[in-house]
Design a protein around this ligand. Structure first.
Ligand code: ZN
Length: 406
């Protein structure tokens, strides 16, 4: 199924932000599917990739209304002080300050950069509500694939994987990817409601990040949550509990440009004394220029390493509640997978900083089809997030992938 809601579209120019992000890539993706093979795309009757849900449709199916992402949800992974700034607890324009930092809208001298407030038709602070709604979409995509059996949902939104513990970064104010995964674990949701495992809670989630840029914010938030003891640390013997009552676990894999931002950019550590340096994911795979043909084989290698880590977790009974689905053949797979489906590794993406990785359309499809088949063949519920995507052709990889899946 697809999750798409026009109310989630971030039209940066309405706020005076002149970034080359394509606000219509979700719309363009649906137009392509409808135009080419699915005349009933808007009638919710597409055989593949299934129906198109709006946020209201998702809530009608899952139950619930009102604020889907609460302040408490944001505080689960981000620092309390940072979230207080977003909610302007101490007055002043602290939200605006954080937005200006996150979208890099001021230069070193404090002059506007890529920012033309005189052309804005919306107040800058209004972006926060849209970002919260985007985050809600990522969470609902996870809920949908859990509720609908070991399913597949492609969410045309989200992907704010650079947001760090106490600051926004790289155009990402809050981290919807790690946040949605942590909220699913905190909810104690069932793996999925149908047999063979009704009633088993989700205890182990994989985040597979295929954006051109490293998923640095996600890695940091998960690492810090492990240090607080809220998430299990697969590499720390001391964190294991033989009775299986240990904390749940999120494993992270990021495959990205071997060089370029954020790997060689100014880190927050440099920008802010005492700040943590760039942290690694559980598995980081850097793809250098000219190595594009190796992208999917190396991704497959990384997935096998995730399997080994998962097997180790279950073997030590650290996560005994996550008995693997019988139909998976006993393989060491997660209860849920979030796939950050970056559009910016695509050779026709319009962001200069992602130009060090240039997958052809066929290579993007090879990547996406590999992950899709991996999840479907093992009955792993997978929620996909359309990350990145700059310029006029940003919609193409996802649209062609969705058109071809069966
Ligand atoms: Zn990116």
């Amino acid at each position: 199924m697809i999750l798409y809601d026009p109310s989630l579209t971030m039209r940066f120019r309405d706020y005076g932000i002149m970034l080359p992000i394509s606000p219509d890539r979700g719309e363009q993706t649906l137009d392509f599917l409808g135009r080419n093979f699915y005349p009933c795309a808007r009638g919710k009757s597409m055989p593949y990739p299934g129906p198109v849900f709006s946020i209201a449709d998702a809530l009608a199916l899952l139950g619930g209304d009102g604020d889907i992402i609460s302040r408490r949800d944001l505080e689960r992974l981000h620092s309390g002080d940072y979230i207080a700034a977003l909610y302007e607890d101490s007055g002043g324009k602290t939200l605006e300050r954080e937005l200006l930092n996150t979208y890099e809208l001021l230069d070193a001298r404090g002059r506007p950069r890529r920012y033309e407030p005189e052309r804005a038709v919306e107040p800058l602070a209004g972006l926060f509500a849209v970002i919260l709604a985007q985050t809600a979409g990522t969470y609902l995509a996870c809920r949908l694939v859990l509720a609908e059996g070991p399913g597949f949902c492609y969410y045309l939104g989200g992907g704010m994987h650079h947001a760090r513990y106490d600051a926004g970064a790289g155009f990402c104010l809050i981290n919807d990817v790690a946040g949605a995964a942590a909220k699913i674990l905190a909810d104690g949701l069932e793996r999925y409601r149908r047999p063979p495992n009704p009633g088993k809670p989700v205890r182990l989630i994989w985040i597979v990040d295929m954006d051109a840029h490293k998923g640095d914010g996600t890695a940091e938030l998960i690492r810090f949550a492990r240090e607080r003891g809220e998430l299990a640390d697969p590499r720390q013997d001391a964190g294991r509990r033989r009775d299986g009552s240990g904390a749940p676990c999120i494993l992270t894999l990021s495959i990205h440009m071997a060089k370029g931002w954020p790997l060689d950019g100014e880190t927050l550590a440099a920008a802010k004394p005492g700040r943590a340096p760039l942290l690694s994911s559980d598995i980081d795979i850097g793809i250098d220029q000219g190595e594009e043909a190796e992208y999917t084989p190396r991704l497959a290698e990384g997935i096998r390493e995730l399997e080994r880590m998962t097997a180790m977790l279950t073997a030590t009974a650290m996560l005994s509640a996550t008995a693997l689905p019988a139909e998976s053949g006993g393989q060491s797979v997660p209860d849920l997978m979030l796939v950050v489906d970056g559009a910016d590794p695509y050779e026709h993406d319009g962001l200069p900083s992602s130009g060090l990785l240039r997958l052809t359309l066929d290579q993007c499809l090879e990547r996406d089809n590999f992950m899709y088949r991996y999840a479907m063949d093992r009955n792993i519920p997978s929620a996909w997030i359309q990350a990145g995507g700059y310029g006029e052709r940003a919609w193409e990889p996802a649209a062609h992938f969705l058109q071809g899946i069966r």
